[in-house]
Design a binder for this molecule. Structure first.
Ligand code: GUN
Ligand code: ZN
Length: 455
């Protein structure tokens, strides 16, 4: 496999020919066929890292005859996947056996995160982490670092070098954690402020104020987090919410004066449009309503929720017409078990099945692309191939394993029915092997060494 550090070629004009799929609307709220754009034989033209044109090859080919074309035949090109909740320091502890959330944190997570006070170590892991994202077709993520400011520097330096749009922040944690992982309300505020000034809006990077969860922050620290959001209104807020039954009970004990878990964050001024809450498995009806009113977002992390035995997220409630909340998909590595957003969509489908709901391939892929961009408030720049948007995209090979080649032997889908079937097979059977290439701002940042011939 290969990785490039693309340097955006400032006046480059590039064209790509393949099948293209993206979303222009939310398929949870309109007929699915009206939510997508699909070109079985399409052409996308990219200029200066942004989408300049997209349409049928038959309509556009002549207009761009002077541009050399990268041919991807029967592959499917989609906007890069957006992972709305992941922890980069937890890469090395994926698949830690046997525990549910609170014990898992104590036994595995906290000891691992202490290593990130060493910047050289953090740099090494950040490089592995970002390579793994690109290998899986994920081009943007909302990323937990650790409590150490150096861990944020290491991550953003690596992301900047690769020209990625990434959102991250220093973890805030001043109690109920090992001493060496704790900051104080004041140091958390000062360190976060300095990191915001250093990294927020530096190129494609964005900052998220990141209290770990209510149980590891004092009320005073959460108020400082709220103060940062007031001082820097376009930074993000990233935290965990109502993941596990024991966690919810503990937060109630720690904040007896609050009216539930979400209210702890609300009273600190943390429930806003640019706030993303991971999990929300145990949310009450009133909390769903409050998230809707605040236009805040949830990251649905099915592999993690199953792995830690946290429960089944009520996606149909979050995406109901009466109370529509912004939702993205999250891998939640290292409680999640795969970097692949295809595998994450696969598990989201199964969680929905266990709730007697159907998650269609269009809805699942919307969550992995435009839905994620909306959840992170970056849909003005990313999430689909609207003209002018940043050209981060993934090339998917529907025949990337022998079994997928057998299953998908028929040619490029031409009907909605055939497309639905093809997409569902990609979600159920696809993974990192299905990602043939990943492009950042129109430059190839990853390509797979094993690609089968194009039809
Ligand atoms: N809640 C608080 N910290 C964490 C974490 O690191 N992972 C998950 N899944 N939940 C959390
Ligand atoms: Zn998490």
């Amino acid at each position: 496999m290969s990785f490039h550090s693309p340097s955006p070629n400032s006046h480059s004009l590039r064209a790509f020919r393949s099948s293209f799929l993206d979303f222009t609307h939310d398929p949870f709220y309109c007929p699915e066929e009206e939510s997508i754009r699909y070109f079985p034989d399409g052409l996308m033209v990219v200029e200066d890292g942004r989408v300049k044109d997209l349409g049928d090859y038959a309509a556009l080919g002549e207009k761009y005859a002077h541009v050399s074309i990268e041919e991807y035949g029967d592959r499917l090109i989609m906007p890069g996947f957006i992972d709305t909740h992941i922890h980069y320091p937890q890469v090395e502890m994926i698949a830690a056996y046997g525990e549910q959330l609170l014990e898992w944190l104590e036994q595995y997570t906290f000891p691992t995160e202490t290593k990130f006070k060493d910047k050289a170590y953090a740099q090494k892991v950040a490089a592995v982490f970002i390579s793994e994202l690109l290998r899986n077709g994920t081009t943007t993520a909302l990323v937990f670092a650790t409590v150490h400011p150096e861990s944020v520097d290491a991550f953003f330096e690596e992301a900047e070098q690769r020209h990625l749009c990434m959102i991250s922040g220093k973890v805030l944690m001043d109690r109920n954690a090992p001493q060496e992982l704790c900051d104080t309300p004041e140091s958390a505020y000062e360190d976060s402020k300095a990191l915001i000034q250093k990294w927020h809006k530096k190129g494609r990077l964005r900052y998220a104020v990141t209290p770990r969860f209510a149980a590891t922050s004092s009320e005073e620290q959460l108020r400082y987090a709220g103060q940062l959001l007031n001082e820097f209104p376009d930074v993000h807020l990233h935290t965990h919410l109502s993941e596990n039954v024991n966690e919810v009970a503990w937060v109630k004990e720690l904040f007896p004066e609050c009216n539930g878990y979400l209210d702890v964050y609300d009273q600190a001024g943390l429930v806003k449009e640019r706030s993303l809450f991971a999990h929300g498995v145990q949310l009450t009806d009133a909390e769903f309503q409050r998230l809707f009113e605040a236009n805040a977002a949830i990251a649905f992390c099915p592999t993690s929720n199953l792995f830690l035995g946290s429960g089944l997220f009520k996606l149909e409630q979050a995406k109901s017409c009466d109370c529509p909340i912004k939702v993205g998909l999250g891998t939640d590595i290292g409680a999640g078990t795969s970097f692949s957003m295809l595998q994450t969509a696969n598990e989201a489908y199964k969680v929905s099945q266990l709730r007697n709901q159907k998650l269609s391939p269009f809805k699942a892929l919307f969550l992995a692309t435009l839905g994620g961009a909306k959840a992170l408030c970056i849909d003005d720049r990313l999430g689909n191939f609207e003209i002018g948007k940043e050209a981060d995209f993934v090339v998917l090979n529907p025949r990337s394993t022998p079994l997928m080649a057998f299953r998908n032997a028929h040619p490029t889908p031409e009907t909605l029915h055939a497309l639905t079937d093809r997409l569902f097979s990609l979600i159920m059977m696809g993974d990192d092997r299905t990602v043939e290439a990943t492009y950042i701002l129109g430059d190839r940042a990853y390509f797979s060494p094993v690609s089968s011939p194009m039809a």
